[in-house]
Design a protein. Structure first.
Lengths: 313, 449
């Protein structure tokens, strides 16, 4: 009896189990977690339906030889991957893709940061004006943008040749210049979103830290690198990843301006996937290239996460 | 760590998703709605049969109002059928059709040529056999115009296309520029032909006149209008694109290589310009603007399309040939039916095709809408007594030059990409003509299957 009383006494002041992070009871945490997952459910359904399942299908199809006639589909193992490794156009496309990413991503990021730094402290109206100007190519349809650029690059009566006095020079038909023209257009259509994001991020930098640094005698450069840069790092990481993926997936510009030419000078993996799937109707091979492109993007993204990670990121 | 893995997964999935969307050959029938009420063919009674028609821009079959009027007229007489239509273009049309096939939403009826209907979709078992439309009377009537048309519409004994019209693809010159440049002396205006030597002299005369920014543009920025560049190369020294059996590509023959070398030399001396960023539509626009003095992509349909833009006389010409006897690429257009597994729809689709192509009154009008010429000999000159009689006569002159219809060879879609890439290599990439042509033939023959 006494023992029971002691045991009961031990149990009575029993501590409620609490989360080591929030301090909330575990039951409450569980309830909130369930609610959170329920809120996520609609997005999750779309994510699974339109991303995860196609992703799995892509991997499965990559091991098949398949065309328009579905009855002729057959399993070919790694044949598509072996073919890819021996395909010079794929490697040319890979090289061009890397060039576009390596040039466009730093250029877009640096330029966006520079513009944002210049405009984020301006008056609201002026700041909005600049944001609109830089965002305009993003909201303008890709076809409209490329039609205008195609006219500007026209060798016989295009604006560029009229300005530079180089009538007849074929910007898009020359292997040496075509890819740079694509990168230039990609640049103009890619900077809008990063600028808007950077302006917002810079506006959210803790001003007390900036003022404290200035009081301590920090130069403008020191304030930027030591105070602002670390605080906008999560935004930078997001911009890097999104711009990288967009650059890897650059397709419409190439389709509408050069069709991958001249002499495969603007062929990218993404465009070659389209060519294989829709022109040559070789879906198995196209899917195999899609898998490899995904792996490449994942590697690039991993590198960016590695080098741009923050303590809170 | 979990966050990082999730983020990487997201990044990877974004790219994979697009590729997967292009795949997915379906084991289902290509056209969608199998649950469409299938009761009535036009001759029956009951529920409405819904048909979908997609047309490439073949004359006014690419015009919304014309198509709507045509369909309204048919459905008024056939209340058991309702028809939706979609207009395709040659830039994105193939992509749209491929997407539709893979997603099981292909149209019921499609209008194009044998290279798509027969060699591609028919060969992939996606089309309905239209042998019952090819009655003895129809076959004899079409064969009286050209046996090649009958052969082009069938594969392994099955007819996948029922043809409506045909034409020859040709080129055109800016008549006034040629006149002022003193180049008209190099063409035979009566037969609309010229020899290769005279073509070279004419283009040099145009170049030296300085009347236009560029004498002519050899476009090779894509596959659009590639029949023009193929015909140019094949005709210059009487080469052929395929062998007679249509089982091998022959673009690396000595005649074709010599032609490619001649074009390259003309590009080098400025009497032609090679443009690896242009497709036919771009070149045609420069011709219409008066920037270029010739176009290598001309036919009645293009003439009608650019009629309002040109401020000169576009004069249709055969492609130059060494012997003065050109062999022009033919164009055949007609209808095919995607096998949607719904017999009522298939029956209704066949009835609509009969109406467009065989109805005594409508068939003439249908051909006139295309701007081309009837495949049925019994229709005669459908433009006689019409406003467009003179225009039609211009192209009718060129019909006797129709050459082999080689478009039915296998690997057609692959060779189209190979062709303009080959031209780019030779004309802008400095690759030897024989080497590039050998690569073209090797890659294209491998795709024949």
């Amino acid at each position: 009896m006494a023992q029971n009383a002691v045991a009961t006494a031990d149990k009575k002041p029993r501590k409620e189990k609490r989360s080591q992070f929030s301090g909330m009871s575990k039951a409450l945490v569980r309830r909130e977690t369930i609610s959170a997952y329920l809120f996520l459910l609609p997005s999750l359904v779309f994510f699974i339906g339109f991303v995860v399942i196609p992703m799995i299908m892509c991997v499965v199809f990559s091991f098949q030889e398949m065309g328009l006639d579905s009855s002729a589909t057959k399993f070919v193992g790694f044949a598509n991957y072996i073919k890819m490794a021996q395909d010079p156009i794929f490697w040319k496309g890979f090289l061009n893709t890397v060039i576009i990413v390596v040039v466009a991503v730093p250029a877009v990021t640096a330029f966006s940061l520079w513009v944002s730094s210049a405009i984020y402290q301006m008056k609201a109206v002026t700041r909005s004006f600049f944001r609109c100007v830089f965002y305009l190519p993003v909201v303008t349809g890709t076809v409209a943008v490329t039609v205008v650029w195609k006219w500007m690059f026209n060798p016989y009566n295009g604006l560029l040749n009229q300005v530079f006095g180089t009538t007849g020079y074929d910007w898009l038909g020359n292997s040496a210049t075509a890819i740079w023209c694509i990168i230039l257009i990609l640049f103009t259509t890619s900077i809008g979103q990063p600028i808007v994001l950077y302006v917002a991020a810079l506006g959210n930098v803790d001003q007390s830290l900036v003022e404290a640094a200035q009081v301590d005698g920090a130069t403008k450069l020191q304030v930027f690198w030591k105070i602002k840069w670390p605080q906008i790092m999560p935004t930078t990481l997001y911009i890097l990843v999104i711009t990288t993926i967009n650059s890897f997936q650059c397709f419409a510009l190439i389709q509408l301006l050069t069709s991958g030419g001249p002499n495969h000078a603007t062929d990218t993996i993404m465009y070659y996937i389209f060519q294989m799937a829709y022109n040559n109707q070789n879906f198995g091979y196209a899917n195999a290239m899609g898998v490899i492109l995904a792996i490449i993007i994942a590697i690039f993204s991993a590198i960016q996460f590695k080098f741009a990670k923050t303590d809170n990121g | 760590m979990k966050k990082r893995i999730l983020a990487l997964l997201l990044a990877a999935s974004m790219s994979v998703g697009l590729a997967a969307c292009g795949g997915g050959g379906t084991s289902e029938s290509p056209a969608g709605n199998s649950d469409t009420p299938s009761g009535n063919t036009p001759s029956g009674s009951g529920e409405t049969v819904e048909l979908t028609i997609w047309t490439y821009p073949i004359g006014k079959f690419g015009d919304y109002d014309t198509m709507q009027a045509l369909i309204d007229e048919y459905t008024a007489a056939n209340p058991g059928v309702s028809i939706k239509f979609e207009l395709l273009d040659y830039t994105n049309g193939d992509t749209q059709v491929t997407s539709a096939i893979t997603s099981g939403t292909a149209p019921d009826i499609i209008m194009e040529g044998p290279e798509r209907l027969v060699t591609n979709w028919g060969a992939n078992n996606l089309m309905v056999d239209l042998s019952d439309l090819w009655t003895e009377e129809a076959t004899a009537d079409i064969a009286a115009t050209s046996e090649a048309v009958v052969n082009a519409c069938q594969l392994d004994g099955k007819y996948y296309e029922y043809p409506l019209c045909m034409t020859t693809h040709c080129m055109a010159i800016n008549y006034e520029v040629f006149e002022q440049a003193g180049a008209l002396q190099y063409i035979d205006e009566e037969t609309r032909t010229w020899t290769t030597d005279n073509f070279v002299k004419a283009m040099e005369a145009v170049r030296d006149s300085g009347l236009v920014a560029v004498p002519g543009i050899v476009y090779c920025g894509g596959q659009g209008g590639d029949q023009g560049t193929r015909a140019l190369v094949n005709n210059l020294y009487s080469g052929t694109y395929t062998n007679a059996d249509h089982t091998e590509y022959t673009a690396n023959s000595p005649e074709n290589v010599k032609a490619l070398e001649l074009i390259k030399s003309m590009v080098d001396n400025g009497s032609l310009n090679a443009n690896a960023g242009f497709q036919a539509a771009d070149e045609l626009q420069q011709f219409a603007n008066g920037t270029a003095a010739v176009t290598f992509c001309w036919n009645a349909s293009n003439k009608a399309q650019y009629a309002s833009q040109v401020a000169f006389t576009p004069y249709a010409m055969a492609f130059p040939s060494d012997d003065g006897e050109p062999e022009l690429c033919g164009g055949i257009w007609g209808f095919g039916i995607f096998d949607n597994g719904d017999e009522a729809k298939i029956a209704a689709a066949k009835d609509f095709i009969r109406y467009i192509c065989d109805d005594p009154e409508q068939s003439k009008e249908s051909v006139q809408l295309t701007g081309f010429f009837p495949v049925r000999a019994s229709l005669g000159n459908v433009y006689e007594g019409t406003e467009t009689e003179a225009d039609a006569a211009e192209f009718l002159t060129l019909m006797p030059y129709m050459g082999d219809y080689y478009n039915v060879i296998g690997g057609w879609t692959e060779q189209r990409t190979n062709w303009w890439n080959m031209l780019q290599k030779i004309l802008t990439g400095g690759v030897d003509a024989q080497t590039a042509a050998d690569e073209f033939v090797s890659a294209s023959n491998a795709a024949i299957g």
